[in-house]
Design a protein around this ligand. Sequence first.
Ligand SMILES: Cc1cc2nc3c(=O)[nH]c(=O)nc-3n(C[C@H](O)[C@H](O)[C@H](O)COP(=O)(O)OP(=O)(O)OC[C@H]3O[C@@H](n4cnc5c(N)ncnc54)[C@H](O)[C@@H]3O)c2cc1C
Length: 436
Amino acid sequence: MAQPRIVIVGGGFGGLAAAKALGKTPAQVILVDRANHNLFQPLLYQVATAVLTPSQIATPIRTILRKQKNTTVILGEVTAVDKERKCIFVSNADREGVPIAYDYLILATGSTHSYFGHNEFAEYAPGMKSLADAVATRNKILQAFEQAEAEEDPSRHRDLLTFVLVGGGPTGVEMAGALAVLVRTTLKSDFRRINPASARIVLVDQSQRVLTTFAEKLSKAAKQRLEKLGVEVRLGNSVDLIDADGVMTAGERIASKTVIWTAGVAPSPAGKWLKVDTDRAGRVRVQKDLTVPGHPEIFVIGDTASLEENGKPLPGVAQVAMQEGRYAAKVIRSRVEGTSTPGLFSYFDKGTMAVVGKGFAVLQSWKVQASGFGAWLTWAAVHLQFLATSSLRIAVFLQWAWTYVTGQRGSRLIVNHHESQPVKAAEVAPRKPAAA
Ligand SMILES: Cc1cc2nc3c(=O)[nH]c(=O)nc-3n(C[C@H](O)[C@H](O)[C@H](O)COP(=O)(O)OP(=O)(O)OC[C@H]3O[C@@H](n4cnc5c(N)ncnc54)[C@H](O)[C@@H]3O)c2cc1C
């Protein structure tokens, strides 16, 4: 008898956890992702601020699953799902809408950034979700210093050296702290006409405090730490406009050439593919076994799923996605093997952390609330542990130790397209005819 086929869409935190948990299942597992790598998003800000290189936070999915004989990895973008025919449609470089049939489907397609209805902001304030986003942000930040150094009119330095971060959640706070350390340590003595340490870093959020998902005491500690690092924290006001000249907030213009969006997220279009009930944000409302109502063979997990526990929606964090991935795999495995089905999904919250500059983090786990160097060491250990491979763990550990001691960063490169553009025919000098 042919083995059942389990198709997983998305090789991020949730999808990869599911794929690994299905490694010994007597089934054919197919993992489809539009990227060839699994990305450790919590460290994206370190690529954007030049601490780490892109290859230190991402690993080819094919490499991670290479020993898993029952699993095939397909590079392609899923564009639709046909629930009745039980197949997904995948497009890649040269083929569109290729159907892949499934017996069980796990959708783990994550989320993207949301501009809360102001998509026009995207042009001036890029978000950070992929490796390409982080490299583009790094280019933008480093380019601003280069432009300012090249600019002879000092009155133009101000907006080039003003960096605005929109959103005071973990990404905004971590990014602001890392940027402050970059300008005040790494770049300090590299320029002649400008003083990088004079850069203005502004963090804007409409909430009354940063890190709203943390206890108030920890939000306060994070804000104080940011201010100590020289970050201007502006709370209680939304950003009403973002354009080429900066942002407008609370009726005031902040002139800036570098605005970075670290605010909301929106789920993948999985709800639209499935044509099922979603929450206000567009996340698929799943049942307590993570399946879609009426379709016990379709599981939706991670950032693209909506599930409430104790009257509150589960947060869009890596732990939720991984635990859901493992659970979905367990349910499918029990059905394939004909063993007893596990109980309903229940999230085990191990806690949450955010780092604020060098050697300082805030940590909240059960009744423990801590901030400072000890919390930072815990943050570092946990993040190292969750990197996909041992080689990444070693590389990142060594880079962090080097950066901590010397202040130097791993990847201060501006990588532009023009470097590899072919020379136009008209610009090529005519070749002399070969000597007879
Ligand atoms: C900058 C940043 C910092 C974060 N920091 C933290 C943190 O410190 N701690 C924490 O717990 N969480 C953090 N998160 C959140 C965490 O990364 C997410 O909750 C987690 O990644 C969700 O896992 P997922 O499997 O649902 O989606 P993802 O991990 O995003 O994976 C989705 C996968 O699906 C693929 N995909 C998407 N659409 C398609 C398609 N149509 N076809 C094929 N493939 C597709 C993507 O390429 C990706 O590989 C952070 C997120 C960001 C963006």
